[in-house]
Design a protein around this ligand. Sequence first.
Ligand code: GCB
Length: 657
Amino acid sequence: MAAAAPGGSAAGLFPLLLLLPLLPGRSAALPGMPGMLFPRDTPTRERKELGGLWSFRADLSPGRNAGFAQRWYQQPLRQTGPVIDMPVPASFNDMTQDPSLENYIGWVWYEKEVLLPARWLQDPPHTRVVLRFGSAHYYAVVWVNGEQVVEHEGGHLPFEADISNVIRGSPGTLCRITVALNNTLTPHTLPPGSIQYMTDKTRYPKNYFVQNTRFDFFNYAGIHRPVVLYTTPSVYIDDITVTTTSSEHVALVQYKVSVVGSSAYSLSLSLRDQEGKVVATGDGPQGELKVLNPNLWWPYLMHENPGYLYSLEVKMQAQVAWASLEDVYTLPVGIRTVHVTSTQFLINGRPFYFHGVNKHEDADIRGKGLDWALIMKDFNLLRWLGANSFRTSHYPYAEEIMDLCDAYGIVVIDESPGVGIKLPESLGNDSLSHHMVVMQELIRRDKNRPSVVMWSVANEPASELPPADFYFRKVISYTKALDPSRPVTFVTEANYALDRGAPYVDVICVNSYFSWYHDPGHLEVIPLQLTAQFENWYKTYQKPIIQSEYGADSVPGLHSDPPLMFSEEYQKAMLKEYHAVFDKKRKEYVIGELIWNFADFMTNQGTTRVLGNKKGIFTRQRQPKAAAFVLRERYWKIANESSCLPPVKTSHSFCLK
Ligand code: GCB
């Protein structure tokens, strides 16, 4: 236990003992952020996956600063002390039998030695080599061959560094990548947290401290998503932004392309359908492609061919002193529109009802590390359930997951890591400016995704506190300015009459746990309390409402009739009480219901958590509890009622795309 904190810049001094309030390198420079296109193999680009075993060491020195003091990044990590093997991507916490690693706070060090293809180093043609992390939690400093190449704050979004000059300046083709990673949270990080020192010497050992958080999931840390090296030519397509509109027989795909490395280039674009036929072409950095009789992107269960994606191939040609260069990037594009009225959420002009789930990136052993088998199982379960949507509670999910939402037609409310914002000090300017950077990074990453229909800037902040007014006005208007094409919300648990952020959202997203945290055991209060909740919010704001969380813990295999709390029967009964009210109000202005939670997940230890939160309708190992069958029957029924398709069978859902 005990830790060190990020403080001072990586090249500078680190405090011997813990936290400085501010993290290093926090950038307020928003406009002009470079692009963050997902690295893909194209005729002009190559990628090399760096997943597998990395060398690892937790800095156990009293101040957690030995790694910086002794410059562990200047030589192979094994030469400065013992190392263990650590898988990437994965959280490090559950990987060993050592409880001090499970609860470790402070700097950990990762290292990977990679042999580069010799052709990447040839000069000319000047291949640009980029090192990219899908995410690393929470604060990362990265060196290549001992030279610092990037720092990044925030655990759920990608960051990268052009390392061409560093590797060309180093002898040979060996490239040593060193990462220092710190999971310390402060009142101004997203999510916020704080270190509490226990100074009563009669009760705690010397220098004892704990990290407090106000969110309900385990603060897993590590390199959570894939690390890749990829190449581009030295003049390259840096970013592409696409928005779409459509009328009955014509769609317009508006595009903007930015190129870096030269101002003398030409661009040509072609949009292909799924048969490979070119349906529209364009040129130049900005323009509009006209698609006749478009195949629209439809949500799962709303169309027999959901998730239709075109491919936008962008080709850049540039003339440089020694050669002509070409870069090609292909972006999946879905054509769809989103509109919000005072009572409805419209996708392609048709009312959309969110019948879905809230999830977590969470599993045994790997924690929050990306795992293809788990991802596939989850999408198969979602489709088995008849779920058409989820919220990325409570942070952005992996790009690999988002790709599948686009391809399968699963609609996403894309949430920032703004969870646990409970103290006034987390609603000040430091937090706000970081929150804006995070929104920009999130939108930069996900702006082209048809599955993303709404941004959520936060979950259950203290939105009744006075500073919440300014804070949410700013962060929401900033988000809308970055992306005028999507509605914006945050998820509230505040009283409708006291909430200071709700005036700024497009859709009211409200969480409630009647008969669980309030009036525990009293299922009979649900109809009255839930009806009042909806009516009060609607009367106050005349905006459509999503029940963004509701649920009850159940310990799988625990039975009780009449239903008692924590039994599978109670979880089922509670769902049914909620559903009866949803069914009345969805005829009016309730536009969705998202169960809390898709699966059981790990939390901090506490007297209300039994090896984690048990509100899953699936266990952590993805086996259904009784509640899953209740929800499955309901979701398929709603889908069949609202679809213009012939009724879909609830069995063999894997046959559906
Ligand atoms: C909530 C939170 C969620 C928790 C859930 C619970 O309101 O948004 O993060 O896990 O309640 O189970 O307490």
